[in-house]
Design a protein around this ligand. Structure first.
Ligand SMILES: Nc1ncnc2c1ncn2[C@@H]1O[C@H](COP(=O)(O)OP(=O)(O)OP(=O)(O)O)[C@@H](O)[C@H]1O
Length: 718
């Protein structure tokens, strides 16, 4: 509890006011600088056309004009850089003004007489002139002491090396603007009081950042810089998603000189998940990384096949692959010779523009030991060049000139975007060349996208699988890998970090794909074996084995405490998974015991559901979780008269504002609600191990209350 107006309280209060005033001063300065910058940019643009006059009278004049343009370009880049910097400044000052800091460390350095105090906030803040650091960014080296929470002799990793210190006090401080609300010194607290307070709050529709209450075991994940592959197994609600998002913010700060947000890829389980987490990184002043689902990742250029949806994957998954099958593809490609290639001639209508014979002759000129993808790349370049030649030859023919002459003014304008005007002979050549190029344009695309190579045929020869229009995720993976092995598209290699959530839902073949296609990328893989609800999920020991190759440095960590759920709900989760030797550490947060009630028939059950929904407080978020989306619609139809209830049956249709929902468990993965009801947990519906995982996944969405009713006999897992 706050020490009422003690000396210490008054000191903290005075310090806060002082820093707040400095922040306000800085805000004014940055605003002014920003206005000035705007004015400079406007003038720059206004004068641009006067300043640059392209003079092409002589080569020297042209050259000088180009130099002038280049100089302007540089000025423009500088202006842009400065504006972006000011925007970032404005942004972080705004955040700090809302709450300047959340912690203070008293640190004793070995050779100094007195202790030094450091305040920690969501961003750093220092004096422009003296560079005195008033607030330390939570990602700075010294802030690690706060999260490590080791009082007494300890150390932190600074850019110059390890710094030994004595941490004399660690204070958690709650402030709002310039109001000091509370502070706690760690030495006096048994369990993190700020954490308990945050966890007791109502749920929010979107995930929030956890900067001020990151726990020690989470901090180890966030700040890991040594592992190539970091594998985190954590129970439901242990903060895996929150932790990896904080980790992204940490990495962008730590490697700020050469890591851009676009070089970090977050693979999310479904598009809805991206919406759920979209506010966390901006709240930390960072840009969101690239985000996509695994389905998006394995789509290759020009593919139009339908890859099974999440729901289809849950129910059928007709083709599952394996690491062995993926290795067979490697063997097939490594033994392939140019004479085996299934090539298609490049044709335009009836005309064969490039024959397969020509292609084979080109390939035959290459040394044998060159990798197949390089040979194909070389051939692609040669084909582009050949097409240019064909166009040049073709343009000499009279028929194109005739064609050009016969174009009406309107047609001409459509083709060339300018009006037709009888030109000089030299211009005419150019225009004819353009006309012929347009005629053959479609062939350029065909060359670029390797449509002259029958990849499907090769895939069939390698595996015996025909690619139909609808394919399973694993089959899509195999074909994407095959595409990669044959052609090695380059774009993916720029990815420096990849973060994969819900890793337990990936198959071995899918993980093998990631491990092979992104050899230079550093991975953070997080998941929970007890939330595996798809048929082809991987086991945790196998993940490390799959990623082991090429001297990758692998580290495995675990998170055992559920921060989402109250103590009684965590104990319920513990009981469920202890049947499979799972562990849960219980957090000391009081709450209601989960309700496991039996009903004789459906009518009584539906009445219970209606009562349950009607009882929920309007500001809280409550959900009924079903096994699939069809069931969600059935339940919805029985509960039509409940006001404000909505059913979600597709990941693109999430209603984040709605407070009463019915939805399938697989769509609720990763999300959380104040109150959860698991639809009819009867014996016949929750019987297998997969169904146990579903029951656990559903129950663990609950923060404050959980209800697990059943009709007839209850599930033997309960
Ligand atoms: N250190 C923390 N401080 C405050 N809240 C936390 C902390 N860690 C986790 N939480 C909260 O716990 C909840 C669960 O976190 P999160 O969704 O990241 O867990 P998860 O392990 O990804 O869960 P699941 O596997 O069930 O999807 C969130 O509300 C999050 O804000």
């Amino acid at each position: 509890m706050p020490v009422s107006k003690s000396q210490e309280w008054l000191k903290e209060e005075a310090h806060l006011k002082e820093i707040y005033a400095k922040l306000q001063e800085m805000q004014i300065k940055v605003e002014q600088a920003s206005h000035e910058e705007d004015e400079t940019s406007r003038n720059f643009v206004r004068n641009l056309s006067d300043d640059i006059k392209m003079n092409t009278n002589s080569p020297i004049d042209s050259f000088e004009s180009l130099i002038e343009i280049e100089a302007k370009n540089q000025q423009l880049a500088q202006l842009k850089f400065k504006r972006e910097w000011l925007e970032r400044q404005k942004d972080s000052i705004e955040k700090l003004l809302a709450s300047p800091y959340f912690a203070k460390l008293d640190v004793q350095y070995p050779d100094e007489a007195s202790t030094e105090s450091f305040y920690i906030g969501v961003a750093g803040f220092s004096d422009e002139q003296t560079h005195e650091q008033y607030i330390q960014d939570w990602r700075s080296p010294i802030a690690n002491l706060y999260y490590e929470n080791d009082l007494g002799p300890t150390s932190y990793e600074a850019p110059m090396g390890q710094v030994e210190v004595d941490l004399q006090n660690r204070r958690q401080i709650k402030v709002e603007k310039n109001d000091l609300l509370q502070f706690f010194d760690t030495a006096t607290a048994i369990e993190d009081p700020m954490l308990l307070e945050v966890l007791g709050e109502e749920s929010t529709a979107k995930l929030q950042d956890i900067t001020s209450t990151i726990q020690k075991e989470q901090n180890a994940i966030i700040r890991d810089t040594k592992s190539d592959v970091l594998i985190v197994e954590g129970i439901a609600g242990s903060g895996k998603t929150s932790t990896v998002l904080q980790r992204i913010a940490f990495l962008l700060y730590r490697y700020r000189e050469d890591l851009r947000a676009e070089q970090v890829l977050l693979l999310s389980p479904n598009p809805m998940f991206s919406k759920y987490i979209e506010e966390v990184l901006p709240s930390l002043g960072e840009k969101n990384p690239r985000q996509m689902t695994y389905r998006d990742l394995i789509q290759y250029p020009g593919s139009k096949r339908h890859i099974e949806t999440l729901e289809e994957q849950l129910q059928i998954s007709e083709y599952t692959s394996s690491v062995e099958a993926m290795k067979q593809l490697e063997a097939y490609v490594s033994h392939l010779t140019p004479s085996d290639l299934a090539l298609r001639p490049l044709v335009k209508g009836d005309e064969e523009v490039i024959s397969t014979q020509w292609m084979r002759e080109k390939l035959a000129t290459l040394p044998e030991d060159i990798a197949m993808y390089r040979k194909l790349d070389y051939l692609r370049e040669q084909m582009s060049e050949r097409l240019r030649q064909v166009i040049k030859e073709e343009a000499k023919k009279q028929k194109w000139r005739d064609k050009l002459e016969n174009l009406s003014n309107e047609e001409y304008n459509q083709v060339f975007g300018v009006n037709k005007q009888g030109g000089k002979e030299q211009d005419l050549d150019k225009v004819v060349f353009q006309l012929v190029s347009r005629h053959y344009q479609v062939l350029r695309g065909k060359i670029q996208h390797y449509q002259w190579l029958n990849l499907q045929e090769h895939y069939y020869l390698a595996t015996g699988n025909q690619l139909r229009d609808n394919i399973s995720l694993d089959l899509g993976t195999e074909f994407a890998y095959f595409y990669y092995l044959m052609l090695r598209p380059t774009v993916d290699r720029q990815m420096k970090f990849m973060i994969v959530d819900e890793i337990q839902d990936y198959s071995e073949a899918q993980l093998y794909y990631l491990a092979q296609v992104f050899p230079k990328t550093r991975f953070t893989l997080v998941g929970d074996r007890y939330q595996a609800i798809f048929a082809q999920g991987v086991t945790f020991p196998r993940i490390a084995e799959i990623f082991k190759g090429d001297n990758r440095n692998i580290r495995q960590l675990s998170l055992l405490k559920s921060y989402r759920s109250s103590g009684p709900i965590s104990r319920f989760m513990q009981q469920l998974i202890s049947q499979k030797q799972g562990e849960v550490e219980i957090i000391n947060r009081p709450g209601k015991e989960p309700e496991v009630l039996g009903f004789k028939d459906n009518d009584a059950y539906v009445t219970y559901l209606k009562n349950w929904l009607n009882q929920q407080a309007t500001q809280e978020r409550s959900v009924i979780l079903t096994k699939d989306s069809q069931e969600a619609l059935q339940v919805m139809s029985q509960l039509k008269e409940v006001a404000g209830l909505s059913a979600i049956t597709h990941s693109s249709k999430m209603l984040f504002d709605s407070h009463l929902l019915v939805m399938p468990i697989y769509l609720a993965k990763g999300l959380e609600f104040d109150n959860v009801l698991v639809h009819n947990a009867s014996k016949e519906r929750f019987n297998t191990e997969k169904e146990l995982n579903m029951l656990y996944t559903a129950s663990s969405r609950a923060m404050h209350t959980l209800s697990v009713p059943y009709v007839g006999e209850k599930s033997s897992w309960l």
